[in-house]
Design a protein around this ligand. Structure first.
Ligand code: FNR
Length: 334
């Protein structure tokens, strides 16, 4: 609940660099709203909606159980996939399981992602998947968050080998995700040689776990607050070397951010902080309406751009300027 409160109070920085992308309007798009498909490409994840509710909650008793229940009903109503927060606490303490298991109870046929950190073993990964009958497992990478936490990990050796073993042995697809600091080309290149099915770039510019953890520290590690790869840049980094599914998250708040993520090559987008705010401050019905509006707004903009499906968006002309243009050029992306 601490994380939830601090995520709401620190908010979203909007430094994800999507503002440096501008579409070129097409006056003759030869399109119709009725012929637009916003369905993601059928990859291993079998997504129905291009939007998913990213990992946030679980453990910690009644409050998180209620929030997970709400998010699961929203996911069921809208067809969005949903990830639960890290299940490590429930692997260690059976009493915590109910706050995760509720998501499968509320959404028996939906697409659900289990979630663990890269310290997990193959057996723990299997247990986490079984706990919610998950369709896939997210493994999160959160080096900067751990370093900013006084009680956090200080040794990150062996993570890649554990991820590789889990991806080889688990029955369901594995998604490797960051937690708001972004995934680089170098990290994605390592994962490209494994059985990992998808990468969620989870870039800088939205929820900032350095700011959240600094709220709980006396001596702040301010240098981590402006650390990370902005989401727009992270999509390009990962897409350049990882040819399976690329998911985008990190400060995505509206359909305009989403459509820019698709333009850069994302296959689906995840929202955490922004959905959390709506869920906590406005409630279930409003969150359902927000996701339905995102679906509708996507179709409207795709019609204006003459893109019939999400893959077509990658062919739409756009102008990249400012810091994003500088970043991409400095990293050698044309
Ligand atoms: C998170 N996030 C997260 N990620 C993860 O893999 N396991 C987790 O347990 C959590 N916990 C968590 C709690 C809260 C309150 C928030 C807001 C977020 C990270 C999340 O899934 C996402 O990667 C980042 O928050 C960036 O996306 P947004 O929030 O900018 O849309």
């Amino acid at each position: 609940m601490d994380h939830i409160q601090y995520a709401l109070s620190t908010g979203q920085s909007k430094k994800n660099m999507f503002n440096d992308i501008r579409f070129v309007h097409q006056a003759l798009p030869d399109s119709a709203v009725s012929s637009i498909s916003i369905k993601p490409k059928t990859g291993d994840l079998n997504l129905k909606s291009p939007v998913f509710i990213n990992a946030m909650t679980g453990g910690g008793g009644r409050d998180t159980e209620q929030l997970n229940g709400l998010l699961a009903r929203v996911a069921k109503e809208t067809g969005a996939a949903m990830a639960v927060g890290s299940q490590m606490s429930a692997l260690k303490d059976r009493n915590e399981r109910q706050s995760y298991a509720i998501v499968r109870k509320e959404n028996p046929h939906g697409i659900l992602f289990a979630n663990l950190g890269s310290e997990a073993t193959v057996q723990q990964a299997q247990e986490a998947v079984e706990m919610i009958e998950a369709n896939a497992l997210q493994i999160h990478l959160n080096v900067v968050q751990e370093l900013t936490m006084p009680e956090g990990d200080r040794d990150f050796r062996g993570a890649f080998d554990r991820i590789q073993a889990i991806a080889e042995q688990l029955q369901v697809p594995v998604i490797v995700k960051e937690t708001g600091f972004g995934m680089s080309r170098e990290a994605a290149e390592k994962l490209a040689g494994t059985e990992v099915a998808a990468i969620d770039v989870s870039g800088f510019g939205g929820t900032n776990f350095a700011s959240i953890e600094n709220e709980r520290r006396r001596r702040k590690l301010a240098y981590f607050e402006d650390w990370g790869i902005p989401t727009a840049a992270a999509i390009v980094e990962v897409k350049s070397v990882f040819k399976k599914m690329v998911l985008a998250s990190g400060g995505i708040q509206d359909a305009q951010d989403m459509i820019k993520a698709f333009l850069l090559g994302a296959d689906a987008v995840g929202l955490a902080g922004s959905f959390l705010k709506t869920a906590m401050q406005e409630g279930e019905k409003q969150l359902i309406e927000e996701i339905e509006a995102l679906h509708e707004d996507l179709a409207m903009m795709m019609t204006a751009l003459g893109a019939e499906n999400l893959t077509d968006l990658q062919k739409c002309p756009a102008v990249i300027s400012g810091e994003l243009a500088q970043y991409l050029s400095a990293r050698g992306f044309s």
